[in-house]
Design a protein around this ligand. Sequence first.
Ligand SMILES: Cc1cc2nc3c(=O)[nH]c(=O)nc-3n(C[C@H](O)[C@H](O)[C@H](O)COP(=O)(O)OP(=O)(O)OC[C@H]3O[C@@H](n4cnc5c(N)ncnc54)[C@H](O)[C@@H]3O)c2cc1C
Ligand code: FES
Length: 250
Amino acid sequence: MNVYKCTLLSNTKLTESSHDLRVLAPELKDARPGQFVHVKCEGFTLRRPISVCDFDGEILRLIVDRRGAGTDWLTSRAPMTVLDILGPLGRGFDTEGNVLVVGGGIGTPPLIYAAKSAASADAIVGFRTASAAMLLGDFSEVCRTVQIATDDGTLGAHGRVDTLLEKRLAEHRYDRVLACGPAPMLRACARVCAGAGVPLEVSLEERMGCGVGACLVCAVKLRDGNGGTYMGRVCKDGPVFRAEEVCFDD
Ligand SMILES: Cc1cc2nc3c(=O)[nH]c(=O)nc-3n(C[C@H](O)[C@H](O)[C@H](O)COP(=O)(O)OP(=O)(O)OC[C@H]3O[C@@H](n4cnc5c(N)ncnc54)[C@H](O)[C@@H]3O)c2cc1C
Ligand code: FES
């Protein structure tokens, strides 16, 4: 892991609040699905973590949702801007075998690279509403099937991804489920996968400081497998964890 000066090749608006950034970054050749990069945003001491959405050995794809001043700066950069990128960071997904990826909102981008890296994949993705849906064409390219749910029923099934997940696992066999999205969604997926006896990996989102395991800003309580708990670091020990390691209720 290192800091690289990488040229932004394109910046395209994807939805009302999110942008699709393509960055020339052959230096990130070891980037794995589920890992993230830590991007310097002008005017801020702390970098902002963004998941690797896709990587072809040369071009890094990042999907960035405008949430505050840092991501506002990042999504307003013009092509040819040189970005200061630290990465690739963290522990990614195990994509071996036949996988089912389950994503919610801005948690969907890293699942593109995960699905693409698996031997075979299906996808279930959920959004607030139709206009917030993203990357559906990309999921169709790398997955055999793509099921969609929206909270308001304006696209796909009316409801939540865990309802679709439960039905899917009752009818199909998978080696593992890989999930990324808001904490309540991950908690619901953990309940469904535990009930179906299918291994689940979840990518957690926490505020970050250093991004490399030194400051403990991203500490979360984890289960040690012997009935105890310990504090783990999302940036270094994750962001991807086995669901049974995570204390979802804390
Ligand atoms: C491992 C990881 C991967 C991520 N991948 C992506 C991605 O692919 N695309 C993307 O758009 N975003 C991603 N995020 C979230 C992104 O890092 C935050 O939205 C960003 O840091 C906010 O910075 P800001 O300066 O724009 O907002 P701030 O002004 O710092 O905060 C604005 C709002 O965002 C919330 N926020 C700040 N940091 C985080 C955080 N780390 N997680 C959740 N909420 C936060 C704050 O609580 C506040 O409500 C990821 C976060 C992590 C930890
Ligand atoms: S962000 Fe510093 S230890 Fe994780």
